[in-house]
Write a protein that binds this ligand. Structure first.
Ligand SMILES: [Zn+2]
Length: 79
C-alpha cells in the first residue's frame, strides 16, 4: 500500500445509520485499523480493502478491480 494514500482513506463502518469517517492507521503490515471505532481492514497485495463483512466473492471485489479503483483514485499521489 502506498503510504501517501493513507491520509485520504476513511473508515466506512456504519453504526446507527451514521458512517464513522474515522482516520485509519496501520495495525500491522497486513491491516489498517480505524482510530475511532477500531474496525479493521485487510491489505492484500498492497491494496487496502475498505470493505465491510466477508463478501469478498463479489465480482466487484475481484483483486484486479480493487487495484484498478485504488490506482485510478490515487494516481496523482502514487505515480
Ligand atoms: Zn471507524
Amino acid at each position: 500500500m502506498k503510504i501517501e494514500t493513507l491520509g485520504f482513506l476513511q473508515c466506512v463502518a456504519v453504526s446507527q445509520n451514521i458512517r464513522c469517517h474515522g482516520k485509519l492507521q496501520f495495525k500491522d503490515s497486513s491491516k489498517l485499523v480505524c482510530r475511532t471505532c477500531d474496525t479493521e481492514y485487510p491489505i492484500k497485495n498492497d491494496i487496502p480493502y475498505l470493505v465491510l463483512g466477508e463478501d469478498f466473492d463479489s465480482r466487484y471485489l475481484d483483486p484486479s478491480m480493487i487495484r484498478s479503483y485504488y490506482e485510478m483514485q490515487f494516481a496523482p499521489y502514487i505515480q
